[in-house]
Design a protein around this ligand. Structure first.
Ligand SMILES: [Zn+2]
Length: 226
């Protein structure tokens, strides 16, 4: 099994699979045979992880290639517009001519900047409105809402009850967005992941475990346009 080894001042060996690659972290002096043995002992688990990873990658291949664009869990197909900015309608995402070359959409830095701007605009409106609605409906209160570009988190709530939501959430299904919002709102009263916290989430969103599984599935989208 091929893997990337990174040695550092640490006590034990850990292994993870990300973007189809296996990375092993090990202490500075651990014998390579010991590390190999450790990797070999995890072979079944690694094979499953790698398979899941590539299946997930495949599912979103068109999205990562810019052939499809996600919006609230739906896939929009790109097409050309005479207008100067990106907009959407029904199942289409209209993209200005300037981003095309010989009829092909080019995923240039300028395009990525423009599409991010489009998504941020959508996210600010939709997520902000939904957060306010759910907060009001379930009697929570939060201080401030802002969008983030976080690499691993869909949302966060700090000790001052300021809620941040990842703008890429706008790509996910409405039900999943609601789950993340309910999760963060519940943190305004329980700043931890205790049993109390999960009971609070479950009282509002009973199928939260299902949402967590779906979020894991769609989690790959958090890496889009980095
Ligand atoms: Zn949390």
């Amino acid at each position: 099994m091929e893997y990337t080894l990174s040695r550092s001042k640490r006590k034990n060996i850990t292994i993870c699979v990300k973007d189809g690659r296996v990375t092993v972290k090990a202490p500075l002096k651990t014998d390579i045979k010991v590390i190999d043995g450790f990797v070999a002992s995890k072979e079944k688990w690694l094979a499953r992880k790698l398979r899941e990873n590539s299946e997930r990658q495949k599912r979103y291949e068109d999205v990562f290639a810019g052939r499809e664009f996600m919006h609230l869990g739906e896939r929009l197909l790109p097409c050309v517009t005479d207008k100067k900015r990106i907009w959407s309608s029904c199942k289409n995402l209209f993209i200005p001519q300037e981003f095309y070359y010989n009829g092909v959409l080019i995923i240039s830095d300028l395009f990525v900047a423009a599409i991010k701007k489009y998504y941020m605009r959508k996210a600010k409106k939709y997520l902000g409105t939904r957060l306010a609605e759910l907060s009001e409906h379930y009697g929570f209160s939060y201080k401030k809402f802002s969008l983030t570009n976080a690499k691993t988190k869909w949302g966060s709530c700090d000790s001052a009850n300021r809620i941040k939501l990842n703008w890429r959430l706008i790509m996910l299904h409405k039900g999943l967005i609601d789950y993340v919002i309910v999760h963060e709102l519940t943190h305004t009263v329980e700043h931890n992941h205790s049993r109390n916290f999960w009971n609070g989430v479950a009282a509002i969103y009973p199928r939260y475990k299902e949402a967590i599984a779906c979020l894991k599935e769609a989690g790959i989208l958090i890496n889009l346009w980095r």
